[in-house]
Design a protein around this ligand. Structure first.
Ligand code: BGC
Ligand code: CA
Length: 298
């Protein structure tokens, strides 16, 4: 079994949502519970830390030089230079115990993100779609821990995970309309195997899925519904993955210290760090959020 290497040593409480940014050749990620975003240059491993004020579950780069974030109090634009947040909308104003968790843009630049309770007690999360004009639609309900979004190459399928139920789903996806239908459970993970968390898709259509509680990332073949490969990670709580590097053949992996006992933390001192592993087939780059907001010229 391959083992992932250390990319950046740190003690993130809940490292999540990695995004590779080609223009700066940097990896960005969030520490949800510490309310921070980070970026690290692949060239010199220089770390930048951004105080985020809120629990950011996921974010995506925008066409207007900002990032769009899904946080515990809704969707915002966040200007990394000025540190200014600009509210877009909060579909769960009435649910203060919920926060956004995983999110990603589809090929038309809509931002999809799902919610969970800070301490999950049941299927009280939903999946939302944020359109370029700021309109928010609820697309799915009854989720315990919304996680791991990906789309196949021709945008006919969307994949999604509910970590609370250990289930991996596929939907038929209509790219033009931005709608999902015909949900199927394509895999249910045994509890002893670990919990599926964030994921990324490669250009062969395989899903790389972080396994929380399983010290690994798996390569999953959705056409055969089979695990094809396991990659060991020296941290038990593996949270998410994304592809990057100049050829998109590096898989970056985030991890968490959250939920580990003191014994586990001393056995796995790299918990909370960022790891990387080289893969044979290139991954698919993430899409940007296509905001219809006017780009400020000053
Ligand atoms: C969430 C964590 C959760 C984990 C495992 C992550 O995406 O952010 O809060 O414990 O998934 O299900
Ligand atoms: Ca996740």
């Amino acid at each position: 079994m391959k083992t992932a290497d250390l990319f950046f040593k740190m003690q993130a409480t809940l490292g999540e949502g990695p995004v590779f940014h080609s223009p700066t050749n940097s990896l960005f990620w969030t520490d949800i519970l510490e309310k921070r975003l980070y970026s690290c240059s692949l060239e010199n491993r220089f770390l930048e830390s951004f105080a985020a004020e809120r629990c950011i579950g996921a974010f995506a780069f925008c066409n207007n030089e900002k990032v769009v974030v899904a946080a515990d109090d809704g969707f915002f634009f966040y200007d990394l230079d000025s540190g200014i947040f600009q509210p877009i909308g909060d579909p769960e104003k009435e649910l203060p115990h919920n926060r956004f968790n995983d999110g990603k843009c589809d090929a038309m630049g809509r931002f999809w993100a799902g919610t969970m309770e800070f301490s999950p007690s049941g299927p009280n999360g939903s999946l939302y779609r944020l359109d370029g004009d700021g309109h928010i639609d609820k697309m799915e309900t009854g989720l315990t821990i919304a996680n791991g979004l990906a789309w196949n190459h021709d945008n006919t399928k969307m994949y999604h995970v509910d970590s609370g139920k250990n289930e991996l789903y596929s939907y038929d996806f209509d790219l033009e309309k931005g709608t999902i239908s015909n949900r199927e459970i394509i895999y249910t993970f045994e509890e002893s195997y670990g919990t599926p968390d964030g994921m990324a898709i490669d250009s062969a259509g395989h899903l790389f899925i972080a396994i929380w509680g399983g010290s690994k990332v798996i390569r999953f073949d959705p056409s055969a519904c089979r695990v094809r490969e396991e990659i060991a990670v020296p941290a038990p709580h593996v949270t998410s993955v994304t592809f990057g590097g100049n050829d998109f053949k590096t898989l970056f992996i985030t991890t968490a210290r959250d939920g580990l006992s003191n014994e586990q933390l001393s056995e796995f001192p790299l918990s909370g760090s960022i790891f990387k592993v080289e893969v044979e087939v290139a991954g698919c780059p993430l899409y940007q959020y296509q905001s219809s907001e006017r780009v400020d010229s000053h």
